[in-house]
Design a binder for this molecule. Sequence first.
Ligand code: SAM
Length: 291
Amino acid sequence: MNGLKTPVNTGREREREFEFGDEDFRSLRDLVREKTGITLSEAKRELVYGRLSRRLRVLNLGSFREYRQLLASDQGKDEIGDFINAVTTNLTSFFRENHHFDYLRDAFLAPIVAAGARGQRIRIWSAGCSSGEEPYSIAMTIAENLPDWQRMDIKILATDLDTEMVERGQNGVYREDRVAGIGAKRLSTWFREVPGAGARHYKVVPELASLITFRRLNLMEPLPFKGPLDVIFCRNVIIYFDKETQRELFLRVAPLQRPGALLFLGHSESLFKVSEAFSLIGKTIYRRVAG
Ligand SMILES: C[S@@+](CC[C@H](N)C(=O)[O-])C[C@H]1O[C@@H](n2cnc3c(N)ncnc32)[C@H](O)[C@@H]1O
């Protein structure tokens, strides 16, 4: 014997602060799927470890087994929200996939202006709105292109599963690097600098914010409104769901829209073999069809 213990774990396991075995990953992955519809592949193993390790530290737990036991127990009910918040991917930006906002302006807003419509009702849903950049981009597009926007009946509903994101959207405060890409004109029109030390922060002006209602909503649960919705942005959300979950979601989404209404998906998403209630009319742009 040379006194050295034979390592029982792989190199990666030894570097880890907490042991994270197959059973830990599988059972947490199943719970994520059950609660959110999000399907985590094997490739997301490290990501899950990294994000949930933080929860273990906050809760002062010594192992993933203890964390799983907590989630399964009655006391674990309070942790489910933080667990969900930890596993969602919230990447977003103002005017992300800018061609959608051009299309909204040209194909949806311009005809309203051309028709001289007043008092028109407009309902838009940003489903999976993350920290609010998407609904605020919709609101800016409306306010910049509908001269009568403040006298019209316009409502943007912005929903997300992640409670921290909903809160951030509601606050409407963004660090300077988040608003850097929108241009000086938009920044001075729609934001006010928030006084304070450190990095500059900007808050959305109340007139614009008043167009939007932020709510927590899990797309896996019954949708608590009937529509009709003129436009739905559901971008970079369904990419995390499997096909069956996508199909089931659009069976519930389709009745919220009348024929002709618009639906925008994210750049790598499609309704091919998911729903026949929409037809593709542009790059990831759909219109509700009859039936
Ligand atoms: C990558 S972000 C996309 C944000 C924005 N739509 C965009 O394209 O920039 C995806 C968002 O979907 C939300 N999400 C994931 N699963 C959800 C579910 N089951 N119900 C509601 N929102 C969900 C996440 O919390 C996250 O904020």
